[in-house]
Unconditional design. Sequence first.
Length: 379
Amino acid sequence: MISVTVAAHGGRKRVVGGHLKAYDSGRLSIFDLNIIPEKLEVQQRRQLWSHLFDKLFALAFLLFQTCFPFLARFFEKPDNNNVEARMAARRKSAKIPPPAIHKLTSKLLLNVFSNLDGVDIAHCEAVCKRWRKVIEKHNDDMPKVLKDQIRILFDEGEIVIYPLDSRNTPTRYPMPNLQRLAILLRHLSTLSLFVRGLIPIEAIPVLKSLCQLSLRPQQIYFIWSKFSQESIALLEELIICNAETLTDIGFEECSPTAFLSDRLIFPIVHQIQSLRVWNDAKSGQHNITDVTLGHLTRNFARGHRLETLDLSSCRISSAALSKLIVAWSKKPKCDLSITVNFCPDVFRSEIVEWMATREDLHLHNGKLARNGCVLTLFC
């Protein structure tokens, strides 16, 4: 899986939302957002008059063709479309029977499609309306093409899809509208879903579209994203929809911070292996509390793994963090990195003093070794 650190800091940092609009800069189509700005009124009026003129011209030409059929032939354009139309009319008059494959029932078609890979299914979907309806109806049961990471970069106006083989070049697409986005991703699954530069006006339609897909990521990471208050419920739904596979979740420089809470983590807290909730302490505190640390502490008692805990500006305490460290020391399964920056109720001195009261649990330069595993504390 691609490292989150590389993905998050691979390019020059941008201030999201300050210099971009919600449309007309490579972002979502304005018609996906159900918004009609005043700037479009003149354009829509021109389109209406143009459409009306085309209709009147077509009616006048039809009357002329009916009254003067011999003269109308001179005005016909001998283009390929007319040739194709005449060929279609001849085939129809000849009563050519449809191909035998069109006689297959929907059940047989489904059996055939189930034995194809995701790329072939995408091609089959474009054959005809009947095949597309069968595939859309049973989309969740269709094979998926597994990708390493899907990056949806709203601030850059593109989608980047990374293959499993790192030697292959990633595929880049300009940002489509929501309908095209669903078509592009519906036959894919991914190890990592990375979303950058989301803004409030896009949050609801984008999250709703992602909830309807079956990407089955192990990691979901949002960076420099701003959610609307109404979209938080959809963010929770996105996590619930992928709870079977999701073990790594992160929010970096996302707002509003008050809505990034224990409730978001709860659906996957029993299996989480990496949790990153971070900002520069200028956007307020996250509502990640000792409740989440308590769940993670109990996970160690059950023998679960935790590799990364990166919390910034969260409402956690030194006592809860100390209990988590003690629980890890009893049954360490892997190395653990804990970073707690800008947490007002966490003090390194308190943790060191509390650990000193227990036997053989002394932090040396922020590190604690147990059974070949190392816990590293940054605070």
